[in-house]
Design a protein around this ligand. Structure first.
Ligand code: 5FU
Length: 259
């Protein structure tokens, strides 16, 4: 099999500023860990971001689960991202026609395009979803991931759907920098694979979530970035938990580089 490139080498190959920045952060901070801040108040999200900030390359948000989302929150989160050096990824999962997702991305209560470096979309609606998002995101130098596979039991993003999603990404490389997936889907080193459904202790959550270990995600399934929610924020000491996941995932990456 061909040589595994380092994050630094891959960042140098990327055109998109968000992809370049993410790979550079991963290399510098020795972190391929994204923490999912699935908490319902601004105070909780900001506190978690500050605690785990030194250990992560990216913070993932679900703005629409928050009860008190505000421009002040966005400002504080952006300051934390600058201070700790992490990318902000709003896990919005856009899945409508181009015209509608354009509004959902730019307008509404959240103005996602104004603060999230990265967001994501389902390929389900066809390429119009990307055409719509692009008209808003490209000028702001934002990037997008396509959801090619999911972690949940019985999900339909498999086989030909996954393959068609990869093709759609290849046709929109000015905006799409990678995938949410459960395995490596392409050899193109400029596409970043991010894998949710990762935990060190559990196998599921009783609501369809299915977990793999950081080692399985990175070594066996060849993820570039692991995404961990409850494994970190439910821990009584989120900073130490983040450090454990950071070490586990980065050692797995180093193992891939060496083998
Ligand atoms: F696209 C996906 C997916 O396939 N599985 C996921 O779990 C997204 N997620 C998100 O990752 C989900 O919405 C949560 O925000 C997070 C996983 O959280 P956990 O607490 O680590 O299970």
């Amino acid at each position: 099999s061909r040589k595994v490139l380092s994050y630094r080498e891959r960042g140098d190959l990327c055109q998109h500023p968000v992809a370049r920045q993410l790979f550079s952060i991963m290399e510098k901070k020795k972190s391929n860990l994204a923490v999912s801040a699935d908490l319902c108040t601004a105070e909780q999200v900001l506190q978690l971001a500050d605690q785990v900030g030194p250990h992560i390359c990216m913070l993932k948000t679900h703005a629409d689960i928050m009860t008190d989302f505000s421009t002040e929150f966005v400002q504080s989160l952006t300051e934390l991202a600058d201070r700790h050096q992490f990318i902000i990824f709003e896990d919005r999962k856009f899945a409508d026609i181009g015209s509608t997702v354009q509004h959902q991305y730019r307008d509404g209560l959240y103005h996602i395009a104004d603060w999230a470096h990265l967001t994501n979309a389902h390929a389900l609606p066809g390429s119009g979803v990307l055409e719509g998002l692009k008209q808003v995101g490209l000028d702001k130098k934002r990037a997008c991931l396509l959801i090619a596979e999911m972690s949940s039991k019985g999900n339909l993003a498999t086989g030909d759907y996954t393959k068609a999603t990869v093709k759609m990404a290849e046709e929109h490389k000015d905006f799409v920098v990678g995938f949410i997936s459960q395995s490596q889907l392409t050899e193109d080193p400029t596409f970043i694979h991010m894998t949710p459904g990762v935990q060190l202790s559990g196998s599921g959550d009783g609501l369809g979530q299915q977990y793999v270990s950081p080692w399985d995600a990175v070594v066996t399934r060849r993820a570039d970035v692991i995404i961990v929610g409850r494994g970190v924020y439910k821990d009584p000491d989120p900073a130490s938990a983040a450090q454990r996941y950071q070490t586990a995932a980065f050692e797995a990456y180093q193992h891939r580089l060496a083998n």
